[in-house]
Each structure stands twice: as C-alpha cells, then as structure tokens.
Design a protein around this ligand. Sequence first.
Ligand SMILES: [Zn+2]
Ligand SMILES: [Zn+2]
Length: 389
Amino acid sequence: MRATVWHGKKDVRVDNVPDPQILNPRDAIVKISSTAICGSDLHLYNGFVPGMEKGDILGHEFMGEIVELGKAVTNLKIGDRVVIPFPIACGNCFFCHEKLYSVCENSNPNAALAEKMWGHSPSGIFGYSHMTGGYAGGQAEYARVPYADVGAFKIPNGMTDEQVLFLSDILPTGYMAAEACEIKPGSVVAVWGCGPVGQFAIQSAYLLGAEKVIGIDRFPERLRMAREKSKAITLDYEEVDVASALKELTGGRGPDACIDAVGMEAHGMGLLGAYDRVKQALAAETDRPVALRQALMACRNGGVVSIPGVYGGFLDKVPFGSVMNRSLTIKTGQTHVHRYMQPLLERIQRGEIDPSVVITHRLSLHDAAYGYDIFCNKQDDCIKIVLKP
Ligand SMILES: [Zn+2]
Ligand SMILES: [Zn+2]
C-alpha cells in the first residue's frame, strides 16, 4: 500500500510499504477514505519527538471502511464506516473504566520508555513515535486498528467524511478543553492559538454557554476564521499587548477561563538528554512558550487554565506562584476521545457545529509531503489539510 512515511527531520515521503495485517483477535483493518495532518504531526515533522524511527508511518486522524476483522470483534462488520480515535484504549483497564481513555494502561507496549520521561505511561497513540507505542498511523491506504471493538466508531449513513473525520481528534480536543473551563452564563473565555483546535475550542465554549470568547493569534487567516466562522473577538498578539487588551475586555478582572491551544511543541518531546537541543531549536519559535505563561498570568483569580496544547517535558519559568496565590485551576490531558464521539456526532447531526469549516486544503495522499511543507510553513493560508488516499 501507499503510506506517508517519516524519513527524518522535514523529510516525509509517500512510499510503498507492506499492507497491515490482523495481529490480535480484537484488531480491525480499515481501508482509509479520509485522513488529516494535525498540528501535532508537525512536532514529528520538525524532528522534536524522540522515539521516531525512519520508516514510521504517520497520521492519527483517519476514518474509513472495515475490510478485515479479528475473531473477537463482534460489534462491527465488514463494510462498516468508522472513525478512529487517536488514543488507543483497551476498554477494560482501570483508566478505561474511568473513561480516561488517553491514559489506558494496556495499549502502550513501550510503556517503560514513557515511564522514564513522565513517571507513568499514557496510552498508545497512532503514528506518534515509539514513546507511545510505535503504532503505524493512518496517513495511508490502510491501517490496523487495535481494540477495534472499543475504538472504531460507527458512522450513520448519510454523513460525509468531512462532517465526521475530526471526531478522531481535533473536535473532541477543542471540546474537552472548553468543557474543562466550567463555563457558566456570562463567562468570558480567552483562547491562545486559532489553529483548528483553537477554532473548535472557541466554538465549543459558545456551545457550552460562554458569553464572550476571545481568540489570540498572529496569522491573519486564522484570526479571520476565528472571527467569521467561530464568532470570536480576536487579538493579534503582534499588534496589541495581550495582557492589557484582556483586562480591557473584562473590566480589569481577566477572563474566567484561559485555553492554551498552542502548546510548547519543542519543549518536552525530548528525553532528558534532548533538552538542550530542543531549547536551541525553540529559538525560532520564541512565541510558543509565551502562550502558557500569558494564559496563567491573564486568567482571573480563581479561574481555570485549560491546556489542550501539547507539552512533552520540562517547562522553564512557568509562573507557578501566580497559580497558587490566585487559586487557579489547571486542567489538561491528551483527549479522552472515545468519551466525546457519540455526543459530538449528535451535535453535528443537529447542526450545532460543522467541523468541516476548518478545512482549507484537500489533497491526494500522494501529495502528503507537499501538504506537510505548506502546513508547517503556513503557506497558502493553510489551516487544515485533508488527504484522500
Ligand atoms: Zn491530532
Ligand atoms: Zn484501557
């Protein structure tokens, strides 16, 4: 089959690779109909994630048709159209029972690697380095889906791929970030980063009852989308002082909740030894670490700072005194996608949210390398790319 393969920093290619096969009784093989490139794939592309190996197949946002099933999967059949959540979860462990799917304790075969870095291991993730299992990803013609009976989410007839594809990651990720904000009538929420997750965080905050949502970014096309599609008030952080603008917009008090949808990509993907190298690499991205610090400093007393942005390791100069002395609550985590697929599908069906609005580019899988390039360099107003095998 054809698949998007990582060869090294800024080097992805669409190669011929062996077809995936059923390895375990709860596996399914999915013939992929649509897949997407995620902002977090850029961490791999830019070479910040340790545990990547030449030949790894990328992609954790994908959907398609079931073409093969392991013996133990009884709730799905050949031909079912399914969306696959990016975290791999067994459905049976303590954490899965608590609906904390992204920290499933059975799905990362390389748990020992992650334990060294983080103390404990999270779940496995498709196409996201050997730290989280080394699973082949879904920017390909086919993918093997472990624990398919728990993960593969069946899509009702009559819905297009573009309506449901983002149930795999970015829609639940934006939604969970907003849900963490404990929004009440009258709440003001500020969102750092108006990429796809930021857009869905803004839209979800409104769905959950926020009165005013403020989107912060510097790319004009993202700010425009935040205003026009997501109905945010926008701040360009290259033009205004964010801290004082937020005070002005909230009568001096600060937003009730702040969402960091930027992350600190370079920080933390590293094993400890990679730390200095990673910091050097960050020099080109000096705005990134600023987002979390700004969010912590800007949030009103007693407010919530919700962090869907990806962090990997050890952060410098985080104003923890501000968190403690001002009674802030920090909420974060890789998204427990399985929890949100059904309720968000229903919101899509009711027309409350249209995930396809973030798509700016539709490319053939063959053009994946070009897609990574323009997405990484924010060329051609690229916000979100869908690939068609
Ligand atoms: Zn993603
Ligand atoms: Zn589990």
